[in-house]
Design a protein around this ligand. Structure first.
Ligand SMILES: O=C[C@H](O)COP(=O)(O)O
Length: 241
């Protein structure tokens, strides 16, 4: 049985007090959420500690947006797994396209981060997906196959979530057709040794398209950016029909 995981990636949004405001509005909505759905919030690092206190005992899990492969060291601007686990973080996003595009993340560093996360008991959410140019050139399958081959070397597939995020759909309002997302996610699944890995769709997921997305048989959840920033909007998403 594959787990449904719906994660909000807040990216570089929300101060600590804004994160508290969000939770005050969001937590009451979870009374309607079926308990088998895993709801994850991935705020900026500065919000994690305070959110951890609010979320203790709730059904929400905390996620981080990055993790380094060393346990500590002279790596300015990075964060280590023990710093995250000590404050109750359970998930971590790895290989998001914004990090691959703007911060020099490579498949090699993605692989190191995935293994370090798992070693410390964090569940990584590995992001893969193609650019518009790659899609138009018919290279989607090839690109994703290469990412999976390189990123997943020696990674435990029993402790992993994958997010298919076509880059052209991120923050654009240009959602991938749900049937096409389902097709690509099926392709991803066919390349895994563990077919029960939860695979999310990400890219302009909104309250008005979540029901259709989640109705697709291969799609096990969503990685939500912009629409996770507002309590009512993210509540509608986690409480999809
Ligand atoms: O991590 C989330 C994704 O990048 C999707 O962002 P978006 O929902 O704003 O398109």
């Amino acid at each position: 049985m594959r787990k449904i995981v719906i994660a909000g990636n807040w990216k570089m949004f929300k101060t600590r007090s804004e994160s508290e405001d969000f939770l005050r509005g969001f937590l009451p909505h979870l009374e309607e959420t079926p308990s088998e759905r895993e709801v994850v919030l991935c705020p900026p690092f500065t919000d994690l500690s305070v959110m951890s206190k609010y979320l203790h005992g709730s059904l929400i899990q905390l996620g981080a947006q990055n993790v380094h492969w060393e346990e500590n060291g002279a790596y300015t601007g990075e964060i280590a797994a023990p710093m995250l686990t000590e404050i109750g973080v359970r998930y971590v996003i790895v290989g998001h396209s914004e990090r691959r595009q703007y911060f020099g993340e490579t498949d090699a560093t993605v692989n190191l981060r995935l293994k370090a996360a798992q070693k410390h008991g964090l569940i990584p959410i590995l992001c893969v997906g193609e650019t518009k140019q790659q899609r138009d050139a018919g290279e989607t399958e090839k690109l994703i196959t290469t990412q999976l081959e390189k990123d997943l070397v020696d990674v435990d597939q029993n402790n992993l979530v994958i997010a298919y995020e076509p880059i052209w759909a991120i923050g654009t309002g240009d959602t991938c057709e749900s049937k096409e997302a389902n097709r690509v996610i099926g392709l991803i699944r066919s390349q895994l040794t563990n077919p029960n890995v939860s695979i999310q769709y990400g890219g302009s997921v909104k309250p008005n398209n979540i029901d259709e997305i989640m109705a697709q048989p291969e799609i096990d959840g969503a990685l939500v950016g912009g629409a996770s920033l507002e309590a009512d909007s993210f509540a509608r998403i986690v409480n999809y029909q």
